[in-house]
Design a protein around this ligand. Sequence first.
Ligand code: ZN
Length: 715
Amino acid sequence: MPTILIRNLLVFVLAVVMTLGAVTPVAISQSTTPIDGFSASRVAAERRWEEQFRSVPNPKSAREHLRRLTLEPHIAGTKEDYDTAVYVRDQLRSYGLQAELKEYEVWLNYPNTPTVLELITTRRLKLNTREAVVPGDPTSSNPKITPLFNGYSANGDVTAPVVYANYGLPGDYEELKKAGVDVKGKIVIVRYGNSFRGVKAKVAEDNGAIGCIIYSDPEDDGYMQGDVFPKGPWRPVASGQRGSVQYLFDYPGDPLTPGRPSIPGEPRLKPEEATDLTRIPVQPIAYDVARTILDKLKGPVRPRGFQGGLPFAYHVGGTDDVKLHLKTDMDYKIRKIWDVVARIDGSEEKDRWVILGNHRDAWVFGAVDPNSGSSVMLEVGRGFGELLKQGWKPRRTIILCSWDAEEYGLIGSTEWAEEQAAELKDKAVAYLNLDAAVSGAHFGASSVPSLWKLMRGATRDVKDPKTGKSVYQQWQDRARENRPETEQNPGEVRITALGSGSDYTPFLQHLGVASTDMGFNGDYGVYHSAYDSFYWMDHFGDPGFQYHVAASQLWGTMAMRLADADGLTFDYTDYATQIREYFTEAFRLARIRNLAGGLDEKAVNSAVDDLAKEAERVEKNRLEAIRNSDRAKLAKINDALIQAERQFIDQRGLRGRAWYKHQIYAPGFYTGYAAQPLTDFRQALDDRNSTNARESLERIIEAIKRVTRTLRESA
Ligand SMILES: [Zn+2]
């Protein structure tokens, strides 16, 4: 899964048009230009190593990795998936890195037979659940392409009237109720967008629907956006979006082993005991098929906001004379999956781990999602291999992870993180994620606030291939054009919050490991379809593969700085500022909803003030210790900076979902992918529950105080 950047695509399109003209020379960093975290005596050497590293990744090699990884569909647990694991392992070994496969046994479904979908009106019409062959794209005729299906759809055989429920969010069902339409016992058809698809399945089930069809409306990523594939990058009519409907917001990973690794000897739930699985059949379809269904619907004309891009007035349906027959036939089994884990041992701090991760499994070929990231990982591995040959000795350990079964629910990363939980809590410095690394030329990033400085710093030292400016400059120029100045570090480009939908989730939200995610994004209209192919990438996403190179340079540079720094670039002043901003917004909401009365805003402000003060003091000490090369002091400060993020973890977990333990960041219940900062507090405000609001606020304040205490202990 990628992040939810698709919504911003229109903005991106505009920005491309506006910025293509302006080419200004990039200010190349001098070999002595300071790097945050490095003493003056070590900067020159670090810059030399980094420049050598950045000279290694090249377009030809990145292109070849991507071609090789996307030859066959490689859905998690298949032989073709295993082959990609072996390829990645062997490539990394050939660069001189130690690399091993790590196997887990997890609960996965494949369609036994393509789903049966029939429209029943005065006659019975069989509808298609396969994607079409696209002339021109050679892999689109591959017989191994899986038919359209949803990961973790239930098995079912249902026939019922159809109701169109827009995006399938709670508010949409409210609208239906107002229009006098009840979905109980019916099959709903909903469109993709505005929430994670698992949320659509859950809300449909909660409202009594017995089946759920999800389609890609042309308004979201089809012809309303631009030319469709193969003429352009957008979704063609006979294309649908596969994807998991696991309740990721409850817990990710193997549904049968929440909180524990899926290895022999560990207890497993029975499938019917898993709380993160839907009980109704869920099926994705293409928009030509959706058109056939929606065109027939009667009942009230659509409420406000329900109309999509098909050329007729949408009706909500619900009448007895338009029914669907939906029969899913899933082969559920415990199946083997394979992570690849490669490591470069640190020369001085072997027990401090800088972890880079990207998933490798794909719904079909996955050229963007995720193998642009896998190609980048291999180029980074090749770069590190070259440096090692030339005598580079990273101070801390670097671990490269190629995850499996991310698409089903972050499984490979979650199982590994659960298995290594104790060690990770002790040793992990940070986790740097890449998923769909390249689908265009527009940089975007998400991260915990403490790592904003690291991300911005690295983007200043990598060149944007199209404009020749630094990635940072290009990123900032576009942000300025598209958005008014924000309150977050005025003048600095905004880095968004981590929600869920990719492999940083177990690290950040279960264990409290500071995490980042990033990518170069563009007009990506073929998400989770058979056309997310090598051909698409070669023609639309990154012809020339220069952005694969830039992503490699950036990711590797960030890792090198974390692995080699004297004093780690973790800035808790930024964290305090961000938390203050979240609280300002939350209390504004609380006042609007008349819930602020019993809430101790003063206690919040004083906790955040203390954190800000302590953060400032640590930063001063860090800079001073770097200047004085005070190794003993730096060791203490670094440990505190690493452990501070861990203190946001509350072992009791979030309300009703104990797997999620981070008190600031988690996906929202009804957003699924998008972050809902101060999660439980915000949820309580949404639920208008003042008792929960008070209790969650107390827990957040406790967590902030723990962070402050940990930072203080470094003194
Ligand atoms: Zn992905």
